[in-house]
Design a protein around this ligand. Structure first.
Ligand code: SF4
Length: 444
């Protein structure tokens, strides 16, 4: 007989699990401190008992900021090999989590391939899959069938499930009464809202939450409480719909914790820069410090093609003020399914945001990497700079594309290289930026 159900249950009983030991070592944190945070729900360690090749990570604001990569098939893009290439690229680049958002084809085959071979934390959104799996009109899916898909994903070894439990009838009424510019942009949220409207029923993920908690206990699945009402444009940020749903998510967080089920809470979305800190603090208060997982926030709506940048700006600020898990956004956001290069761009942007936040929140050792880069730059040690670069291949390519006259400089400043000249003058060497200078074309 197993001694515990979930990582939270184990932590509350004082049982040290292998996953906890690995996370404590990775975070350089005493195991007892980590267990205290897991017991309180302030760190989640998503680790389904059936995901046997998992390298577990912890998610929580006291830990390093983690990133998630979304991928998966759609009706228009159905190549599983391309999706597996994205998985490989994401794992190699250090993404701690992958969400399989497949919404077409044999989704179970791909999901099982992931849980058999992918070491990253795996997440899914059963609502998408239910629509594919039952292959019948949305309104004909029964409440029990929605829940059965949750069980199927849990059995398949998925570590965290996004469930849009917070858009119950009361939240839906508030949304309808108050309106908003972009309505409901969450894919899962819009599906369950449509189902509720067409059937007149309560959201089954809310109504049968206790049954879902039992499934999560059985497999040690973490619930990622989806935010159906996340703002889809900055005009909707922090509105009645978003905050109403957040209140429900806070109540559902406590109900899960009462049954030792780990929780992550999902958040915005699109949000102006000046609202992010307050939004993170409200979430931390309402959800009692549960790990917060944000998609963005995208700080402006006007940059299709560059939303990896708009989201990295918001993500860095969000993670500085309480978010602990960043969902990457790629340059393809709002435009099409990302290709392999988009995935790379999105991961780099997200990792920069996560790292910048870890420095800002003062995580021990977070700035060591930057210090080493400072040393390499002062020494004009290009090989060391490449080794430390977040994208060594791009850094090498850029340098190789433009050769300087003096190899210890670059073509930006040439002989006026401040680093080179300061090293020389502080070493007592002569500095003359005009000597040996090529004839300037404008002097002819
Ligand atoms: S040439 Fe200018 S940009 Fe290049 S390394 Fe020197 S100071 Fe930096």
């Amino acid at each position: 007989m197993e001694l515990y159900t979930t990582q939270m249950d184990a932590a509350r009983r004082g049982i040290e699990t292998e996953a906890m030991k690995r996370v404590a070592e990775y975070e350089n944190m005493p195991l007892s401190n980590l267990m205290g945070l897991v017991a309180k729900g302030q760190v989640a360690i998503p680790a389904n008992k059936n995901h046997r090749c998992l390298t577990p990570y912890g998610v929580g604001s006291a830990l390093k900021t983690k990133i998630n990569v979304n991928l998966g098939t759609s009706r228009d893009c159905l190549n599983l090999d391309v999706e597996m290439e994205k998985v490989k690229r994401a794992v190699d680049m250090g993404a701690e989590a992958i969400m399989d958002l497949s919404s077409f084809g044999d989704t179970r085959k791909f999901r099982r391939k992931l849980t058999e071979s992918c070491p990253a934390m795996l997440g899914t959104v059963p609502i998408y899959d239910a629509v594919v799996y039952y292959n019948k009109p949305l309104q004909e899916i029964t409440s029990q069938e929605w829940i059965d898909v949750v069980r199927m994903h849990a059995e398949d070894g998925v570590d965290f499930l996004t469930l849009h439990c917070g858009i119950n009838r009361s939240t839906a009424d508030r949304f309808k009464n108050n309106g908003r510019l972009m309505n409901i942009v969450s894919r899962g949220g819009s599906l369950i809202f449509a189902w509720m409207e067409m059937t007149g029923n309560e959201n089954p993920f809310f109504e049968f939450y206790d049954e879902i908690l039992e499934i999560c206990q059985e497999y040690d699945v973490t619930i990622s409480l989806g935010d159906a009402c996340r703002p889809g444009c900055i005009a909707d940020a922090g509105d009645i719909s978003q905050i109403s749903e957040l209140v429900v998510l806070g109540e559902l967080t406590q109900r899960a914790w009462d049954k030792n089920v780990q929780i992550i809470v999902e958040g915005p979305g699109h949000m102006p820069l000046n609202q992010i800190q307050a939004n993170m603090e409200i979430q931390q208060t309402i959800c009692k410090g549960a790990p917060f997982y944000v998609l963005g926030p995208l700080v402006t709506d006007i940059a299709p093609g560059y939303d990896h940048i708009t989201s990295a700006i918001g993500g860095a600020i969000a993670a500085t003020y309480g978010a602990s898990f960043l969902c990457y956004v790629t340059p393809a956001e709002h435009l099409r399914l990302p290709d392999v290069d988009d995935v790379k761009e999105g991961i780099i942007a997200s990792k920069i945001a996560a790292h910048a936040a870890d420095i800002a929140k003062g995580l021990p050792g977070a700035a060591d990497w930057d210090y080493q880069m400072g040393v390499a730059r002062r020494e004009l040690d290009w090989e060391k700079m490449f080794g430390l670069a977040i994208d060594p291949e791009k850094a090498k390519r850029y340098r190789a594309e433009s050769t300087p006259e003096n190899q210890d400089t670059c073509t930006m400043c040439g002989k006026m290289c401040s680093v080179r000249n300061m090293n020389k003058v502080l070493n007592g060497e002569h500095v003359d930026i005009m000597e040996d200078t090529k004839e300037c074309p404008s002097d002819k």
